[in-house]
Design a protein around this ligand. Structure first.
Ligand code: BTN
Length: 251
């Protein structure tokens, strides 16, 4: 563990957050709150037991999908990871739906393939699942109390926060607790064989089937989303399977 990654049990921003306040079965059985870490995903991968949650005010090297850096504005967002001791098919669907349901519904959050949550067409949250041996880190970033200037200039047109969408400051603890409760319900569902139902709910929420998209060099109409989350795209010449990338809607 890096020397700056010292857990703080109840910082002022987190109020009375401690494991006993949550009635979850798996997710959040242990919650570790940090001021500064490199990446909460690293902590989860290196130290996490099943259901442990790592949350930090600041990340010095937050990671995003496709090898990108995740900008983690200090004290403004929810930067957290949940550790699992075994891989779980459908975890990304569970996470995206739990994030969508943890944020206020009046901002009309939507899911964008593969695992972004958008508000008003801008990115509100990203999810990164990493694996080391059997251990899995489910990393979730939610932009909560950012003002526009809290984002780097190049992200200001593409990213948003709950505060920007609602013009009010949100107690991060509330969003955090709703998220863990919603995630716990879905993880339990997955463990009880509810993968198909969760996949169907996620695919419907993504609403990408039937749309014309561009993803890297591939342009075409999405035929369906496979159960592993891959897109089946008809380019007019062939059927292409896309497992990662950034989708742009053309219709
Ligand atoms: C993406 O959309 O590119 C995924 C972003 C995931 C960011 C979160 S913040 C908490 C966790 N720790 C990290 O280093 N990344 C994830």
């Amino acid at each position: 563990m890096p020397p700056d990654a010292v857990p703080v049990t109840a910082g002022p921003l987190w109020g009375d957050l401690h494991p006993g306040t949550l009635s979850t079965a798996i997710v959040g059985r242990r919650i570790r709150v940090y001021d500064l870490v490199e990446s909460t995903n690293t902590l989860a991968l290196d130290h996490g037991r099943h259901g442990d949650v790592y949350v930090a005010d600041r990340q010095s090297a937050g990671r995003g999908r496709l090898g990108r850096t995740w900008h983690s504005a200090p004290g403004k967002g929810l930067w957290l990871s949940v550790a699992f001791e075994t891989p779980m098919e459908g975890l990304v669907f569970a996470a995206a739906l739990a994030v969508r349901d943890a944020v206020p519904s009046d901002i009309a959050p939507s899911l964008k393939w593969p695992n972004d949550v958008l508000a008003n067409g801008k990115k509100l949250s990203g999810i990164l699942i990493e694996q080391q041996g059997d251990r899995v880190a489910l990393g979730i970033g939610i932009n909560v109390n950012h003002e526009s200037e809290d984002f780097p200039v190049d992200l200001r047109q593409k990213a948003t926060s709950l505060r920007l969408e609602t013009r009010r400051v949100w107690p991060r603890r509330e969003v955090f607790q709703s998220l863990l409760i919603g995630l716990d319900e879905r993880v339990i569902l997955l463990q009880q064989g509810g993968f198909e139902a969760l996949h169907a709910e996620w695919a419907a929420a993504c609403a990408v089937a039937g749309r014309e998209i561009q993803c890297g060099p591939t342009r075409g109409v999405v035929q369906r989303i496979d159960t592993d989350g891959a897109l089946q795209v008809d380019t007019g010449h062939e059927r292409v399977r896309i497992t990662a990338g950034d989708v742009v809607y053309l219709d």
